[in-house]
Design a protein around this ligand. Sequence first.
Ligand SMILES: Nc1ncnc2c1ncn2[C@@H]1O[C@H](COP(=O)(O)OP(=O)(O)O)[C@@H](O)[C@H]1O
Ligand SMILES: [Mg+2]
Length: 414
Amino acid sequence: MRGNEIEQQNTEQQNETESFLLLGLEKGEKINEGNNGVIFQIDLKDFHPLTIKHVFPEITDEDLLAIKALKIYQHGAIEREADYQKRAYEANGGNTDPQSAKIPRPISCRELHIDLESLKSKLKKSGIANPEMVSVMLMDYVPGDDLATYFYKKLLAVIPSKKGMVDKENLDLLPFDQLEEDFCEALNLTVPTPEQKARGVDIIWIDKNNQEIIERKLEKYDIAFDPKIFDRLTRTLNKLHKAGLYHNDIHERNIKFILDEQGKLIDVYLIDFGLANERQEEGDSDFDTIHRYERLTLSKAEREKQKLEELKHSFKIARETFLKNPSNASDFRLYREDLKEVVESNNPKKVAEKIISILSFSGNNYDLVGGLLQPLFKENESLLIDSLRNVVSLSKLGRPQFWLDLIKFFRAKN
Ligand SMILES: Nc1ncnc2c1ncn2[C@@H]1O[C@H](COP(=O)(O)OP(=O)(O)O)[C@@H](O)[C@H]1O
Ligand SMILES: [Mg+2]
């Protein structure tokens, strides 16, 4: 009898939780989306205060909440994400350390059957593929902009654009997709094809040339950061790693922050635990993105120095990775001898052609080619600089910034 009562109570509570989440979806306003999820902001005024107290005693009146709904339903996916997010939230000390980044507190998650036609149509319109069954997570609403949105707004506000193309006054009102489209157009970035988008490839941030163009613009317009952003993220990541948790998806859209009116950091948040795991993804570190932008908190000279150190490190990694496959050893020797021979010809155009051909043979392994050139520079600086300039003008599709950085690197070494 007693057991039955408890069971009944649990079912009742479960139903109330589901009704709460359904109402949240019905009333909530879509505020953002990523490749996998749509984010709705919840207004607690839409709920009866007693219901809130009853269903989620941990929620207070001041709390701002959001629901993440997955675009594609996959059984167990949201539970997994919420579980990692909860463990991360706890490993991070529940957001009590002011020197750490924050993690939105996950409150509840469910897989919901949707019967209401009007809700199905709202969900469909907002990007949920099959709104009959939807995975949702209720969590803290995170204020501020993600790093990508912040860059887009900051740069679009200052770079000259084709007349009338960008509505500079109303950047805050643009949905993310529009902002990204305007940004790519203004900076001539490579945009993902619809097929790539459908496969979930967030290509604008994966494309190295795009990254280089954006970073150069950020430097040019002196869009610098409060170093506390990265210090706090690093502190949080160290705590997660110590607890055996890896985020595995740290990029520009999964870091959010708020600044005060003077541009000083108030809070930084790490979000989106959709790929979190007990293992670190191979070849990818949780710190890669952070290290890239950390440069923007340094002086120009410090920035240059750090970039050169990174370049040297990438050459080393590229060579090691390439030579891991024993069958590459003879190619490597051949590339090296070919380059040496052509450098002796003293003809920058020929050297450039050789560099481009090695680049293509090595599957566009820029860092490998950079490393092959490095020892040749000592005695042939001006020839090689002329050659790299030729490379820039000969190879239209490459990464021009890479070669310009290389020139800087080799000059600094001599
Ligand atoms: N709790 C939240 N509160 C407010 N905005 C959020 C929240 N979570 C995510 N966002 C915004 O929505 C975007 C997509 O959310 P995210 O969880 O990263 O989804 P995806 O798995 O699709 O990448 C984020 O880049 C961020 O700008
Ligand atoms: Mg994301």
